[in-house]
Design a protein around this ligand. Structure first.
Ligand code: KG4
Ligand code: ZN
Length: 336
């Protein structure tokens, strides 16, 4: 069975084909980063319009370049939430309509379930149960994953997501969008002993996060120093270290609480090298294992949606003919 996956929830148009026998056989991505960079962040209306322009040519190119015909496709999966509502509607409308025209099933996918399952596309994949740390631009969540669709929320951010904190702090440092990779790059020149940022909510029990205070701490540090290149790098280092250490402490607690030895990290921030290294140490220290997607599948992509859609189809799920999306949709809640 071959599933065409479509992702348009934010600023990437992603398409892919997952084959139940061969695994991932095709994927393509058009990133809007350059378009939004000029504005310092994603402009929702521009995002929707660009998805409209790119999605059909991208699907055509995906099929053509991989010698696939439309009749090879057995089902269409698309992201139906959460995300920017206009952007979601583009992928959902195209996905649902293609499935209707091709007379095959359609299935709507939760964007964060896509991220959560992205490590399953790799050779080294986890087995159930495991703990997943989902760290993206919109979410920071710890989830106990028992099976596909069996997700227990262990903790989440009460304010900014980790990626959002990276983006906001990068903006304060004048680094541009998206901030995560820029801070990570600058931090490599940082002096580790110059600043120490707080580790929010680690001094009390529990698995929730709060990252908005770090952004304020960064602002205060910036305002009380001359912002030369070295100081910027030192702040980037201290900020990243605080986020990574906070995530480390909470992951450790989550693994202890659930008695799991497998940790999955996914979502845009899981591309961060310092985070991967620190969590790999954690996994080794408990004789466990860490799993993450290849770099290209940490951020948004169609492959994870094709895979998650395939899993949902296996569970017998299908969309009706109605095209529905949700801007806000907690992973542990049913869609309707
Ligand atoms: O998963 P994603 O592509 O989109 C959402 O679903 O939100 O995540 C994007 C987020 C952005 O906040 C970006 O700054 C962050 O992931 N990010 C990183 C890195 N690469 C992307 N954060 C830290 N270090 C990175 N290397
Ligand atoms: Zn995402």
């Amino acid at each position: 069975m071959k599933v065409l996956g479509i992702e348009t929830s934010c600023d990437e148009t992603g398409v892919a084909v997952y084959d139940s026998e061969k695994g991932l056989i095709a994927h393509k991505l058009h990133s809007q980063i350059d378009m939004h960079a000029e504005y310092g962040g994603v402009v929702p209306e521009l995002a929707s319009r660009d998805h409209v322009r790119k999605i059909i040519p991208l699907i055509h190119a995906l099929l053509e370049e991989n010698n696939l015909k439309q009749s090879d496709i057995d089902a269409v999966a698309y992201t139906k939430g959460p995300g920017l509502v206009g952007a979601l509607l583009v992928g959902a409308t195209v996905g649902r309509s293609l499935a209707y025209a091709w007379q095959i099933p359609a299935v709507g996918v939760h964007h964060m379930e896509g991220h959560l399952l992205a490590p399953m596309l790799e050779a080294k994949k986890p087995s159930f149960p495991f703990v997943a740390l989902l760290v993206s631009g919109g979410h920071t969540q710890l989830i106990h994953v028992q099976a596909i669709g069996d997700y227990q929320l262990l903790g989440e951010s009460l304010d900014d997501a980790a990626g959002e904190a990276f983006d906001k702090t990068a903006r304060l440092l004048g680094l541009g969008y998206p901030g995560g990779p820029k801070i990570a790059h600058l931090a490599m020149q940082g002096n580790p002993s110059r600043f120490r940022f707080p580790r929010p909510m680690t001094d009390r029990p529990g698995l929730d996060f709060s990252f908005s205070g770090l952004k304020t701490f960064a602002l205060n540090t910036i305002q009380s120093h001359d912002l030369d290149e070295q100081t910027k790098a030192d702040i980037a280092w201290a900020f990243q270290d605080a986020v990574v250490d906070t995530l480390y402490i909470k992951c450790k607690r989550a693994l202890q609480k659930t008695r799991c030895q497998q940790l999955v990290i996914a979502g845009g921030v899981s591309a961060n090298t310092a985070l991967r290294e620190k969590l790999a140490q954690l996994a080794t220290s408990i004789n466990g294992h860490i799993f993450y997607p290849r770099l290209a599948f940490c951020t948004d992509n169609g492959a994870m949606i094709a895979y998650a859609g395939y899993q949902r189809l296996l569970k017998g799920e299908q969309e009706s003919l109605a095209i529905k999306v949700k801007a806000r949709w907690p992973l542990i809640e049913t869609f309707d």
